[in-house]
Write a protein that binds this ligand. Structure first.
Ligand code: X90
Length: 276
């Protein structure tokens, strides 16, 4: 039996250890370039172009045909997608699922709408991979995945919401409130899967304090934390150290965001997914 795990590229992963995995790219476009968020993406180039760019830029989700290609001929497919409230990715993947089941009536396909993205999606993917490796049944993995999502959370610190606002993914009033140098917005993925601002912070020291406060508040107790950053390794490392100091045995990993998350989180942005 062929089992496949497929995610859109906002998971920031190109492989998943020990399982058959594929990342399906979203596209980031300026008037000059289209950047496919795949293994060939030159992220520094994309970020440099965007930094000096005054035109409009946008993103596009993969269509059903691209999802179908990723399903290959798998008997069982687990799909994770970015929040359906900010992207058409979920709809496209669901269309692909319907088409696939017409030609593969015996197959099983589940699309997890994470109502989140980035590191929280990565946590779910790691969980699904673990269960697949244990040889668990489809229904069991779907139920466990959904259950797991009720115990994971996404927080973020962003220095600019320019691209989110330009693409109508956040209220422009919220975006303009942090157009000030040195000010950062700390927020979370809301229950509906939208950007929910929590605090405005001046300086990274404040961001660290506030993030630790929220981890404590939701009852984080030293489980997994995944931190992605957009050219801000320094802040990511400091947050990791803060968590490891406060919670013995915490399992914290740091990595660079890839194209889609980098475009929306922008330079300096940090996303944090945790179990609680
Ligand atoms: O073109 C598309 O369909 C993609 C649109 C994606 C829009 C949201 C991207 C969010 C990336 C930014 C900060 C975290 C916000 C979390 C809200 C759930 C990450």
């Amino acid at each position: 039996m062929k089992i496949k795990i497929v995610s859109d590229s906002s998971c920031d992963m190109l492989q998943l250890d020990g399982v058959n995995f594929e990342s399906v790219p979203l596209t980031i476009s300026t008037d000059q370039h289209d950047y496919e968020d795949d293994a060939n993406l030159n992220l520094p180039d994309m970020l440099s172009e965007l930094a000096g760019y005054r035109g409009s830029s946008h993103t596009a989700c993969p269509g059903p045909a691209r999802w179908l290609q990723a399903f290959e001929d798998a008997d069982v497919v687990y799909v994770t997608v970015i929040t359906s409230n900010l992207s058409g990715t979920y709809n496209a993947a669901m269309n692909a699922r319907d088409l696939y089941l017409q030609t593969h009536p015996q197959a099983k396909v589940h699309v997890f709408d994470t109502l989140s993205t980035g590191p929280e999606m990565r946590l779910l993917l790691e969980k699904i991979a673990e269960l697949v490796k244990q040889g668990r049944e489809f229904e069991e993995i779907v139920a466990a995945g959904n259950e797991y999502l009720t115990h994971t959370r996404l927080f973020f610190s962003l220095e600019s919401l320019h691209n989110m606002a330009q693409n109508g993914r956040v209220n422009p009033l919220i975006a303009s409130a942090i157009g000030v140098i040195g000010l950062r917005i700390v927020g979370t993925a809301s229950v509906e899967g939208t950007l929910q601002p929590l605090d405005k912070c001046r300086g990274e020291k404040k961001v660290r304090t506030v993030l630790l406060k929220y981890l404590k508040e939701i009852g984080y107790h030293g489980g997994k934390v995944r931190i992605s950053h957009v050219e801000n390794l320094n802040l990511a490392v400091q947050i990791k150290q803060d968590i490891e100091t406060a919670y013995e045995g915490a399992d914290v990993l740091i990595y660079s965001a890839r194209g889609l998350c980098s475009y929306y989180a922008e330079r300096g942005g940090v996303l944090l997914g945790c179990e609680y």
